[in-house]
Design a protein around this ligand. Sequence first.
Ligand code: URA
Length: 414
Amino acid sequence: MRRAIERKREGEALSGGDWEAIVAGFMAGSVDDAQMAALCMACLWRGMTFEEAYALTRAMVDSGETIAFDGAATVVDKHSSGGVSDIVSLVAVPLAAACGVRVAKLSGRALGHTGGTIDKLETIPGFNVNLSIDAFKHQVERVGCAIAAQSATLVPADKRIYRLRDHTGTVPVMGLIAASIVSKKIAGGAHAFVFDVKTGRGGFMQDARAAHELAGWLVEIARRFGRRATAFVTNMDEPLGHSIGTGIEIIEARDFLSCHPEPLEGRERTLVLRIVEAMLEAAGIEGGAGRVLAALQSGAGYEKLVEMVEAQGSSRAALESLHADANPSVVASAHAGWVRAMDVVRLGNAGRRLAEHDPVGGLRIAARIGDHVERGAPLAYVYGTDRDAARSLESAFEIAPEVVAPTPVIVSSS
Ligand code: URA
């Protein structure tokens, strides 16, 4: 292993056999955490080729079991490359299932400044993310959707490397991200995938060219495993939704699907509807955007979320019992003007930190890029025990004296 780390440190591409031996050694205990972390750091500095990403994906898939779904109906999964206030999975999975798509999703925990669907779901009292393969399959057949975590049997190598990357600041590596995402998707057993690759200040691939390249890698690796995939590149120059944290994002997803207090407008809704439409297309289900909207407006999407929550050990009452504090602290604007930019990484890290001490702790963004704000107007609200966070977060918002045009949320789709 030491030699492999040195070769990567010197910029060499490792072979398929190298990656196989590294992952097998890591799982068997002959490669330790320090060596794996050093390798990840060498990958961060030196990069990885596409072939290395593919080889690592294969090795990670082989570290555990893979699920196979029987029957003719296409099973679909969606995955994001990591975002802030990214509730798309929480909403799109039940909404697509309510439209007749069978959705089998393996998700991850928080990574770097981005939130993790698994951490968010665990704030629903009683919700079980650790499903056995049989329970996962059975739920997808019976309910239409399930969201579970990597485990000791499903991509265990991703579970361990993912955590190490989070702890060692080695997340934003195209090859590591591609292998982590696609290995989970292959192990989860779906036949078709919809990927959402974030670009801009809050994405791991901040540069749009790199995000497009990652999107291409995800689709091509999936194709090599015999799966169909489409990828969106979407803008993360600002948090996608309003809430940043864990339970606070569950509240937003729940309220989105139940159209409470009113149907949500904006970037989040645009992206959710388009992604669910793509999931229907992938499953060969007709009806497109109209069908998705009808499932949202009729409450069928919400009822499917409740069904999934109940199937995974919790209850409607537990889901509906989550509430954010009625008296948050305010992050107030120091100037009047137009919101030009946000430090999304800082906001994401702050939301993650606040949620560590309080399951419904976090932030709610009150102003979007392009909005006009008066001096003293709220830019965000802070929920949780660390009320001092509000003071330091004002500088995460850049206020300009001139009008700023908002950017569209969907950059491209392929
Ligand atoms: N999502 C994943 O599952 N892995 C990554 O590396 C990034 C986002």
